[in-house]
Design a protein around this ligand. Structure first.
Ligand code: DQQ
Length: 470
């Protein structure tokens, strides 16, 4: 059933069937990229989680390997091997992950001696048997681990009851014995601006980039909300954030991201793209969850964390179409006769009218009854992915995704869009992204159109590629 499903992505990574959530253990080893992920081999739903595993030499083509971690009865991970990371311990590949037992998560360790294929769990798991005793924690799990001076440091995600999300800092000399230091940072769940950081932080990630220190977290409030980035300084083992923003404005469609540094010194990030259709539809499809495209992280000129699709994705490009400049009259939808498909890369440059709105429609049916709109509103200074007509199936997610975007006076709107059937990844002006899911019901919902409102807009140019996995 999975292969016949018209919503199943063609070039995004996902397991052959069943459930995927968070990216885990991202590492480049002997030139190969390894991706582990939260995986339920027994159905398209979150249950007893294993670690799936795949390798790639180019971040685009992945080869599935056997399951890396399996929950083991009578041990600290008997109910699941939850999220974690991979580190190079002096030549020994080592995983630190959350063992799930009786609804509680504890740090566990595993190592490999055959090039990351099979993993031996440490005999004394869990390596951190209890959370710090004097803290009243909402939840407590997930790890990021790094080397600093002569020691290993680790952050665990958590939440302080009545206060907010936090990350707890630990230190170790051997990765197996950990000393708790203090919270690196405590968020305030009662503060709503610039963004709400919620009661609990999952999947922390902590690294320096462009001379700044970055903390990314997944904001959890009984369920996944969104990923947030904080940019600031790391001094005396404390983190002082200066800037906070959503990492991707598709909210739960870019959740629990993890990043790593590759041999080219690029910081590369993947996120879990949550479904936007109900559990029943996921069961019928036989699969659930998609990995985002790999993105390169950078710190923007005025401070925020930016993500761009990796250049290697050009390997997917097949047939190319160029659409030359045209004027887009106000109040009209201009259907492009030469451009259509459901697995596309689009690079489009548009100039909105002052205070006007302009954009592009994808997955549009010829009669317009289905379409997804990606528009920029110059008056509101917002980029919007409008899914209100994305599908005639009313059980699918139709909410709007809105991102703030302030264009400089002479700056055109530049959209870089990856469409992969039900997956939509939109990058705008090299500084914001919106990841989304759409489930058109009609086989002919493959048209692309331009639109302008409240004044004439200009198409500067559009390049389209059909994308294909070779
Ligand atoms: N997913 C994992 C947890 C993590 C959550 C469980 C985030 O370790 O907190 O599958 O999506």
């Amino acid at each position: 059933p999975a292969a016949a499903d018209p919503h199943r992505p063609r070039y995004h990574f996902l397991p052959p069937a069943n459930w995927l959530n968070d990216p885990n253990g991202l590492i480049q080893w002997n030139g190969e990229y390894h991706m582990f992920y939260q995986y339920n081999p027994n159905g398209p739903f979150h249950s007893t989680i294993h670690w799936g595993h795949a390798v790639s030499t180019d971040l685009v083509h992945w080869r599935h390997l056997s399951i890396a971690l399996t929950p083991e009865a009578g041990t600290a991970d008997e109910d699941g091997c939850w999220s974690g990371v991979a580190v190079d311990d002096n030549g020994i590949p080592t995983l630190i992950y959350s063992g799930n037992r009786d609804g509680e998560q504890r740090a566990c360790l595993a190592t490999s001696t055959d090039g990351l294929v099979t993993w031996q769990k440490y005999g004394d798991n869990p390596i951190i048997p209890v959370p710090p005793p004097d803290l009243d924690l909402v939840q407590y799990r997930d790890h990021t681990v790094w080397r600093e001076d002569d020691a290993w440091y680790q952050l665990m995600g958590a939440g302080l009851e009545g206060q907010g999300g936090t990350v707890l800092l630990y230190r170790s000399t051997d990765l197996r014995h950990w000393e708790y230091l203090h919270p690196l940072l405590v968020g305030d769940a009662h503060r709503y601006t610039p963004i709400w950081l919620g009661p609990m932080w999952e999947c922390p990630d902590f690294y320096s980039l462009g001379g700044r220190q970055i903390l990314t977290i997944a904001v959890w409030d009984h369920q996944p909300q969104y990923s947030a980035a904080m940019v600031g300084d790391y001094r005396d083992h404390r983190f002082i954030p200066e800037i906070e923003h959503k990492l991707d404005y598709g909210d739960r469609h870019f959740y629990a991201p993890q990043s790593f540094t590759d041999a080219q010194c690029r910081r590369i990030i993947f996120g879990w793209i949550h479904e936007g259709r109900g559990a029943e539809a996921q069961l019928a499809a036989g699969w659930s969850g998609v990995m985002s495209l790999p993105r390169v992280l950078s710190v923007g000129s005025n401070g925020p964390v930016c993500m761009q699709p990796v250049p290697e994705l050009a390997a997917l490009r097949a047939e190319h179409t160029h659409t030359a400049a045209i004027d887009m009259p106000s109040g009209q939808v201009v259907v492009l006769p030469d451009v259509s498909g459901d697995t596309l890369e689009l690079i489009v440059e548009l100039v909105p009218a002052r205070e006007g709105l302009c954009g592009i429609m994808v997955r549009r049916s010829p009669d317009g009854s289905e379409h997804t709109q990606i528009t920029y509103d110059a008056a509101l200074r917002q980029l919007v992915v409008d899914r209100s007509h994305a599908s005639l199936d009313s059980t699918t997610d139709h909410t709007m995704h809105v991102a703030p975007l302030i264009l400089e006076p002479d700056e055109p709107l530049r959209l870089h869009i990856f469409l992969d059937r039900s997956v939509l990844e939109v990058f705008a002006n090299d500084r914001i992204s919106i990841t989304s899911r759409i489930y058109p019901t009609r086989a002919d919902s493959t048209c692309v159109a331009l639109l302008a409102e409240r004044g004439e807009a200009q198409l500067v140019g559009l390049d389209t590629w059909q994308l294909q996995m070779s």
